[in-house]
Design a protein around this ligand. Structure first.
Ligand code: IPM
Ligand code: MG
Length: 359
């Protein structure tokens, strides 16, 4: 497998370094991987004046999978929109046609007390948020700014989804639900938005091909409320781009640490970009305190979806579970007073747990 490694900004480089250690340990155990690095986001801007330099995109196109750290930082906040680090991320998603975004929110039993909700509400939580990633108001045109007749400025964006865009993500949703608890909750705002009325219609049509999956529909405001009221009612949540952006941040917090959650963004053929769902955390960058586990768990997703190596994916996940059982905690997942380990130590512990499993 050829991997493009894009560390990005902030804590990106240090957490990606831990994931690379894990990949090297797997390689020593027989996994065939080749890794090459390139800058993206603010690092891309620094290196080549572009948040997604041509060479980075070429490397990513040529790779079987991409592992990304995080992008963004205060140094880049004042750049014009097209030069901002986030544009690197949005452009690579679009260029590689990564329309499927998988954001699992899983509560590790060892960390149930770290949630801001009562432990009994979240213990055992396992929700898969499936977010459409290349359409919607993120990419719809026309968009921009204009002057109104009375001279004031107006900003505008366009929410839209074509039938084929809805259909292909809906199929992914039903297939994922088939491999889980067979419940698919489609999220929309069909009481207000035309885009959502079509979304609901098309998802319902696709659902006729999957009689074994229980399909429900929920308005996005209610879904936001239900996620904190009774999150365990959900199996797979299917959303458009903007609703999924918001709900996945909410779901991540139910698990106690955004520092634990991986994600996968896939095209139609299993090529994917894998990244932790947390951001670049510039405030703690370079201090060896960031939690590398979300990035390491992103490696597990990479092995599962792009490598089609379920055994290797599970070995990585088991190693992460093992270090949590052993009581290792970075600051973000420690309860007050608990001793903590740094980024490097956590990475080394996962590598050691992997090595033990190989013996
Ligand atoms: C995410 C992020 C991005 C998004 C930003 C950084 C462009 O919030 O991956 O959820 O809005 O998709
Ligand atoms: Mg987001």
């Amino acid at each position: 497998m050829k991997l493009a490694i894009l560390p990005g900004d902030g804590i990106g480089p240090e957490i990606v370094r831990q994931a690379e250690k894990v990949l090297k340990a797997l390689a020593a155990g027989g996994l065939a991987v080749e890794m090459q690095q390139a800058p993206i986001g603010g690092a891309g801007h620094d290196a080549a004046g572009d948040p997604l330099p041509d060479a980075t995109l070429a490397l990513a196109r040529d790779a079987d999978a991409v592992l990304l750290g995080a992008v963004g930082g205060p140094r880049y906040d004042t750049l014009p929109r097209e030069l901002r680090p986030e544009q690197g991320l949005l452009r690579i998603r679009k260029a590689l046609n990564l329309f499927t975004n998988l954001r699992p929110a899983i509560v590790h039993p060892e960390l149930a007390s770290a949630s801001s909700l009562k432990p009994e509400l979240v213990a055992g939580l396992d929700v898969m948020i499936l977010r459409e990633l290349t359409g919607d108001i993120y990419f719809g045109t026309p968009r921009g700014r204009r002057a109104l007749d009375d001279g004031q400025r107006e900003g505008f964006d366009t929410m839209k989804y074509s039938e084929s865009e809805i259909r292909r993500i809906a199929h992914v949703g039903f297939r994922i639900a088939m491999g889980r608890r067979r419940q698919l909750c489609s999220v929309d705002k069909a009481n207000v938005l035309d885009t959502s009325i079509l979304w609901r219609e098309v998802v319902t049509e696709v659902g006729r091909e999957y009689p074994d999956v229980a399909l429900t529909h929920m308005y996005v405001d209610n879904a936001a409320m239900q996620l904190v009221r009774a999150p365990k009612q959900f199996d797979v949540m299917l959303t458009g781009n903007i609703f999924g952006d918001i709900l996945s941040d909410e779901a991540s917090m139910l698990t106690g640490s955004i520092g634990m959650l991986p994600s996968a963004s896939l095209d139609a053929h299993g090529k994917g970009l894998y990244e932790p769902i947390h951001g670049s955390a510039p405030d703690i960058a370079g201090r060896d305190v960031a939690n590398p586990l979300a990035t390491i768990l992103s490696v597990a997703m990479l092995l599962r979806y792009s490598g089609r190596d379920e055994a290797a994916a599970q070995r990585v996940e088991a190693a992460v579970t093992q270090v949590l059982r052993d009581g290792l905690r970075t600051a973000d997942i420690a309860t007050p007073g608990e001793p903590t380990v740094g980024t490097e130590q956590m990475g080394d512990a996962v590598v050691a747990a992997l090595a033990r499993a190989y013996r």
